[in-house]
Design a binder for this molecule. Structure first.
Ligand code: ATP
Length: 479
């Protein structure tokens, strides 16, 4: 069995080998921290996104979804604070010219200390870092890096520059390049598309507070330290929901959404102990309370989702910059106000990484006389890229024809896959590797009595059932 680091590398290789994730533009040696989802990865990603969307919109009567554009008026990002504040403290090593995020350098050092059994020292380092970050004390941060004896991984030296802020937004030109006004940004979060449409949705949907607007879509950040596979990318996808509430009720809704979102993650079949909450010490410029849901990835506990109490910061600023009223008239209390907002913001790619890390299983199937093993993705059927593989035992004797009938009966209900090449054992293993929960095999007995063998991926148990019951059996697992 692979150790955690080996396990992570094994998962990355598996994703590539079985068509889940490829490095972007690989034929040109790839583009750093940008990835493409392949034939099965895109299905799995879509199924996760659909499940989130359904949980948010279909399952909450007071939440609706939108699909806003990636490009937005540049003033949006002034109002949101991203032009002035969306930056991370960075430090460069003068010898290697490599730039690091200050918090990443210090966290890596703390990890190292913890591995050496110096947990108290590691905790003290992180506590000091949080304090200095909260105070924007850049000189203090530099001193902390020096005192902790942190060296650049490339040059091996401690020759550091001052700590500076670095904006993470990508900009591009809209239309004519010479005008200053034509500079626009690729959105660094999907949330602002929701805020600028708040009144459109509220009015046309006749929404009453409390209500939510959900959205999934691409976001872009010029991450300096982009690494760890799809955990930190420069182009990624978010699933965000902004919940508009009466001012003063934010504490109660904050607790509500913390619990709701944790329930959602647990509903993916992941054990409770793999999650934890992490309260923010340094609050973002828009928040009055914030926490992360962290998941224990093979690379350790890391942020999966943020839950933020954003107050009326965004709507108030959009009102200020656009000079359009962002108010809501609350008939229950007969008052106009700018609503407060509770945000849940989860990365789709990080959720993908969590789901595949949980599902990836190496099994030793050796017996006394034969060595054997398999890699199986134990994905929940509702998330699996393919739900049913239809496999005629032989390419002849009328078996493919019967298999095609089963395909035709099932494929408009859920994703099926037909294959007649290779020994049946090898075909089963290939389906295990991409997480197909059911395989149905058509053999000579099928011709006699109309039954087929259905094989369950996780237990590898095989049952004989009438071919006419296959669709119903699989569909039962997809809810
Ligand atoms: P981090 O501290 O890891 O940089 P963040 O606190 O900046 O993340 P948020 O702005 O709260 O992240 O974004 C919400 C979610 O979007 C995160 O919880 C994460 O799942 C996802 N996300 C953010 N940045 C990236 C990225 N570069 N690549 C992949 N997912 C990301």
């Amino acid at each position: 069995m692979a150790t955690d680091n080996n396990r992570f590398q094994a998962i990355i290789s598996h994703c590539k080998e079985y068509g889940f994730i490829f490095q972007s533009s690989e034929i040109y040696d790839g583009l750093s921290a940008v990835y493409d989802y392949g034939q099965w990865g895109s299905e799995l990603k879509k199924n996760i996104r659909d499940y989130w969307w359904k949980s948010m919109t279909q399952m909450h009567e007071n939440i609706v979804g939108i699909d806003a554009a990636i490009f937005m008026h540049p003033t949006t990002w002034k109002a949101s604070g991203h032009v002035d504040n969306f930056s991370d403290p960075m430090i460069d090593n003068k010898d290697s010219k490599k730039r690091y995020r200050v918090d990443h350098l210090l966290e890596a050092k703390a990890d190292e200390l913890e591995k050496e059994g110096k947990k108290a020292e590691a905790d003290a380092l992180l506590a000091e870092m949080d304090k200095l970050l909260a105070a924007n004390d850049y000189d203090g941060l530099k001193k902390l890096i020096e005192d902790a004896n942190i060296k650049c991984a490339i040059s091996g030296t401690k020759n550091w520059t001052e700590v500076r802020q670095f904006n993470l937004m990508f900009s591009t030109q809209l239309g004519s390049v010479s005008e200053e006004a034509s500079e626009i940004y690729l959105r660094p979060e999907t949330a602002q598309g929701i805020f600028v449409n708040f009144l459109n949705v509220q009015k046309t949907g006749r929404m009453k507070i409390p209500f939510g607007i959900a959205q999934t879509g691409k976001a872009f950040r010029n991450e300096i330290v982009a690494r760890q596979f799809i955990f930190r990318m420069r182009e990624f996808e978010q699933m965000e929901m902004q919940f508009f509430i009466r001012p003063g009720s934010q504490k109660e809704w904050y607790e509500y959404w913390k619990e709701e979102r944790m329930k959602w993650h647990l509903s993916l079949g992941i054990p409770k102990e793999k999650f934890r909450f992490h309260d923010h010490v340094k609050l973002a410029h828009y928040a009055d309370a914030a926490c992360d849901i962290e998941y224990e990835f093979p690379i350790g506990f890391k942020e999966l989702e943020g839950i933020h109490s954003r107050t009326d910061f965004d709507l108030k600023n959009h009102q200020l910059y656009s000079k359009k009223k962002m108010q809501y008239f609350d008939p229950e209390i007969n008052q106009n106000y700018i609503p407060y907002v509770l945000e849940t913001s989860v990365g789709l790619d990080r959720t993908f990484m969590m789901v595949i890390s949980e599902a990836y299983t190496e099994e030793d199937l050796s017996t006394a006389d034969k060595q054997d093993s398999r890699v199986v993705l134990k994905l929940q059927p509702k998330l699996a890229p393919i739900k049913l593989a239809v496999l005629p035992l032989l390419k002849k004797d009328g078996l493919p024809e019967i298999a095609r009938e089963i395909m035709n009966n099932c494929k408009s209900h859920f994703r099926c896959f037909y294959e007649e090449k290779d020994a049946i054992g090898r075909r089963y293993r290939r389906m295990d590797a991409i997480g197909t929960p059911f395989c149905v095999t058509i053999d000579h007995q099928t011709k006699e009595d109309g039954t087929v063998t259905i094989r369950h991926r996780d237990s590898m148990q095989q049952d004989r059932i009438p071919a006419s019951q296959v669709r119903e059996l699989v569909a039962k697992y997809l809810i």
